[in-house]
Design a protein around this ligand. Structure first.
Ligand code: NAD
Ligand code: NA
Length: 396
């Protein structure tokens, strides 16, 4: 069977096992090329299979020789269907980690559930004893609340009024206006329940109560701010309310971890093409302009470069951790540079279907989007029979 990309809007229905493996190998090679990081040795990554979470797992394992447990929610391959990319990524990661003599186990299930938390706690107790670092990198549109059984859905809506701005269909390059109706109170509450900090706090409480956090353990969750251009739909919209809640939760977790000298941080990361960000209107146009400028300036980064810098220059540099006035780590510093944002603001006014090809980096956007699903990698023979490529990992 030859596997080709089958795009449906913001998702791709297929993914390529060999390409996902190549993606993981490239990220590992990057981390190795940057040298050793004096980071923690026992790391739990929640949301470990794609995007920033996968990059965090790779950076821990191949930058600091850490044992890693990864939690994620992915589809294994089934009759006539490929697995979801995060499943192939994780299979490839486990193979590479084992070849390098590193402990790596994964749990595939709903991280919001009590069952998956219990399963993870049992695995830590059995295999690692305690955890030094917990990375919380979930991005999900839904959450079944473990105590009420209610299924909450997050939305990507502005608050207070309709928001109209430009966006791009990155498949066709067509730039058009999009209007998004404002959220109601229920939308806001639901989004906070799904993407806010409650589940993060639940994980940390369960780990602490189980005696599974080492003295001085740290936990980091990821957030985003972005420019005024996207503020209405992002930072001041429903998802922004959830990020406010996540950021406030960091302080509560730090308080709750006092007895073990633990600390919780939020790291504000750069805008990148991931499955989560492609679905937010206006953001793809912003990202295509951002990529263009950052590449021109020689400061473009992907998930792996961002997390390598987060670990090496911030969290585990051996120096005092710089925080902003709200106590957050800022690894979006290059994206938010004044000169970068000023250039984007100008390009934004000029961007149209006709001009975007030259003004923006649509090709880079498309390339990154294909890469998410294991397509478009150099060194992969996409015409070869993919049936023999599906690894059998120890994912539980
Ligand atoms: P992603 O979609 O690539 O990764 C999400 C991860 O969560 C995957 O491993 C997935 O399997 C896992 N997951 C989703 N639902 C789950 C569930 N119910 N149980 C277990 N695992 C589940 O997303 P990403 O872009 O890497 O986002 C990770 C975090 O980084 C989010 O908090 C996001 O807001 C933040 N962030 C993203 C960007 C960006 O531009 N992409 C920028 C800054 C911050
Ligand atoms: Na992730």
């Amino acid at each position: 069977m030859i596997i080709e990309p089958r795009m449906r809007g913001f998702i791709c229905l297929t993914s390529h096992p060999k390409g996902c493996e190549q993606n993981v190998k490239n990220q590992i090679a990057y981390i190795k090329s940057k040298g050793t990081i004096n980071g923690p040795k026992r790391v739990l990554v929640i949301g470990a299979s794609t995007g920033f979470g996968l990059a965090s797992r790779i950076t821990s394992a191949f930058g600091s020789n850490a044992s890693t447990i990864g939690v994620f929610f992915e589809k294994p391959p089934s009759e006539g269907k490929t697995a979801s990319p995060g499943w192939y990524n994780s299979a490839a990661f486990e193979n590479e980690a084992k070849q390098a003599g590193l402990y790596a186990k994964s749990i595939n299930g709903d991280a919001f559930s009590n069952e998956v938390k219990e399963q993870t706690l049992a695995m830590i107790k059995e295999d690692l004893g305690q955890i030094d670092l917990v990375i919380y990198s979930l991005a999900s549109p839904v959450r079944m609340h473990p105590t009420t059984g209610v299924l909450h859905r997050s939305t990507l809506k502005p608050i207070g009024g309709t928001f109209t701005n430009k966006t791009v269909d990155f498949h066709t390059g067509k730039v058009s206006d999009v209007s998004i109706e404002p959220a109601n109170e229920e939308d806001i509450a639901n989004t906070v329940t799904v993407m806010g900090g409650e589940d993060w706090a639940m994980w940390m409480k369960a780990l602490k109560d189980g005696g599974l956090l080492a003295d001085g353990a740290q936990t980091v969750a990821y957030s985003y701010i972005g420019p005024s251009l996207t503020e209405a739909v992002y930072r001041k919209g429903t998802i922004g309310s959830a990020k406010d809640h996540l950021e406030a939760t960091a302080f509560e977790i730090t308080d709750a971890l006092k007895s073990i000298n633990g600390k919780a941080y939020v790291s504000v990361n750069k805008a990148l093409v991931t499955q989560a960000s492609s679905a937010i209107p206006v953001i793809p146009l912003y990202i295509s302009l951002l990529y263009k400028i950052m590449k021109e300036e020689g400061i473009h980064e992907g998930c792996i470069e961002q997390i390598q810098r987060l670990y090496a220059d911030r969290l585990f540099s051996g120096e005092a951790l710089p925080l902003d006035d709200k106590g957050r780590i800022r690894i979006d510093d290059w994206e938010m540079r004044e000169d970068v944002q000023a250039k984007i603001a100008t390009l934004w006014e000029e961007a149209s279907t006709e001009t975007l090809v030259a003004l923006g980096d649509l090709a880079g956007y498309k390339q990154d989007f294909l890469n998410l699903f294991g397509f478009g990698f150099e060194g992969v023979d996409y015409l070869a029979d993919a049936n023999e490529m599906v690894q059998v990992p120890s994912i539980q």
